[in-house]
Design a protein around this ligand. Structure first.
Ligand SMILES: Cc1cc2nc3c(=O)[nH]c(=O)nc-3n(C[C@H](O)[C@H](O)[C@H](O)COP(=O)(O)OP(=O)(O)OC[C@H]3O[C@@H](n4cnc5c(N)ncnc54)[C@H](O)[C@@H]3O)c2cc1C
Length: 423
């Protein structure tokens, strides 16, 4: 067994666990603040949700998944696996307390609180990416085209009035496009689509996997280290973690530990006795290399629960929310179902040379991430639970993690929204 002490220099050291977007941005920000940083990833950089997501900078998505009226939809989620949201009945039994917290989060007063917490991150999200993209030389990845939210009939807009009002209240605007304006902008969209809302400020990354991998490459070029191995155990004193053991048997010791392990975070937080109620929410995609259509804007359909994103490697049709745990067998019928729906929106879309994928969003019951010190160990920081918004909040979360370790309050944010012990 080898014991590696990261304090090889006078610099304080940090071990960041998880090579997804949150771990990578945390690692870069810490390196920039003068720490000696090792990023530990069990499989490969961007092996988890950060690879196959829809790439949206969904800055105005400050409406939590649980909101007033959600309870009436739950029976459908349990009985119909083709819905945009579904819950595997056997898994439902194991997640009763998460579900109760989820329903509680949907009370009107709680939704306002959550929207405020999401707005703080959203307001800083885009700007936080600029220095990272620039220093890694990958500004080309961020596309300037905003999301189009599509409707079959204009009257459907009113069905989402609660969401539109909430977004507007917190400063996120959208612009109505009638049939002609929409089809002038994106001629390949079916004439059956009546109109759209152009979601102001919601642009997208042309390849979220490349985003994460190129930032990781930049981290190494700047002097960071990446270790491919699985964190298996922690050694602890009453108030702090002394070192961690990797699956290979090697032991690593650092001054600080950042846990950014996405949907796998509870497997680590349980070892520390911290309660982080995070569920793995599966999402599927199909990336079509030769789609036979050209669009510039990502498309969201009001009844669809999925996104069509024009990426640099083809068109990605991705989305749907499925609660079934980390170990359930993927149901790729969900990926096929959303491609069929996408073909109704883009009639010329061909499903050839296509690749399916499943990934797991790290989902807290209240849609807010956790960015906080461990309640038990003062040198452990959690950065997890970004749910459906981890790409959007990637850069800002990395900055906040670094602020937390350096005890800086540069952004003057109210961090109580993201507390680890709020449940
Ligand atoms: C279908 C789909 C579409 C999405 N679309 C969008 C979108 O358009 N916009 C947006 O903002 N967000 C989107 N998301 C959400 C976004 O992808 C996630 O919130 C984000 O990727 C989470 O990043 P992460 O770093 O926390 O987790 P991950 O990317 O899952 O990374 C966690 C990493 O930790 C590693 N790890 C776990 N345990 C250990 C261990 N013990 N030791 C070492 N390493 C470990 C894993 O291997 C993994 O690589 C989408 C998600 C899905 C599934």
């Amino acid at each position: 067994m080898n014991t590696t002490h990261l304090e090889t220099s006078i610099k304080p050291s940090v071990a960041v666990i998880g090579g997804g977007i949150i771990g990578v941005t945390s690692a870069i920000n810490l390196l920039k603040r003068g720490f000696d940083v090792t990023l530990i990833e069990k499989e490969a950089i961007a092996a988890g949700a950060s690879t196959g997501n829809c790439g949206l900078m969904a800055v105005g998505e400050i409406v939590p998944i649980s909101k007033p009226g959600v309870l009436s939809q739950v029976p459908g989620w349990l009985t119909d696996p083709t819905r945009p949201i579904s819950v595997r009945p056997l898994h439902a039994i194991t997640m009763t307390s998460w579900f109760m917290q989820f329903l509680k989060a949907g009370r009107p007063e709680n939704v306002q609180h959550i929207a405020k917490g999401l707005t703080q991150l959203s307001a800083a999200a885009a700007q936080a990416y600029q220095p990272l993209l620039k220093s890694a030389g990958i500004e080309d990845l961020l596309q300037p085209y905003e999301v189009l939210y599509l409707f079959d009939e204009q009257k459907e807009i009113a069905e989402g009035q609660y969401d539109w009002d909430l977004r507007l209240k917190y400063g996120f605007n959208s612009e109505f496009l009638d049939h002609k304006a929409l089809h002038d902008l994106e001629p390949e969209i079916s004439q059956d689509i009546a109109c759209a809302m152009l979601m102001k400020g919601w642009d997208y990354f042309a390849d979220p996997a490349r985003l994460t991998k190129d930032l990781a490459r930049h981290f190494v070029e700047q002097g960071g280290r990446i270790r491919i191995d699985k964190v298996a155990q922690f050694d602890k004193q009453p108030n702090h973690v002394t070192d961690l053991t990797l699956e290979s048997g090697d032991v690593l010791s650092a001054d600080y530990y950042v846990i950014a392990a996405g949907a796998w975070t509870p497997l680590l937080s349980n070892k520390l006795g911290d309660y982080i109620p995070l569920e793995a929410m599966a999402g599927y995609n199909t990336t079509i290399a030769k789609p036979n259509v050209q669009i510039k804007h990502p498309l969201l359909h009001h009844h669809g629960g999925f996104v069509i994103t024009p990426m640099e490697m083809g068109i990605r049709v991705g989305g749907t929310l499925e609660l079934g745990g980390l170990n359930s067998k993927p149901n790729f019928k969900r990926a096929q179902a959303i491609v069929e729906k996408a073909q109704k929106i883009l009639p010329n879309l061909q499903n050839e040379d296509a690749k399916e994928w499943v990934g797991y969003r790290p989902m807290m019951p209240d849609t807010l991430p956790v960015i906080d010190r461990s309640p038990r160990f003062n040198n452990v920081i959690y950065a997890c639970g970004h749910g459906q918004l981890g790409i959007t909040y990637g850069a800002i979360s990395g900055e906040l993690v670094a602020d937390m370790i350096t005890s800086e309050a540069s952004m003057q944010m109210d961090m109580s929204f993201y507390r680890a012990d709020r449940f």
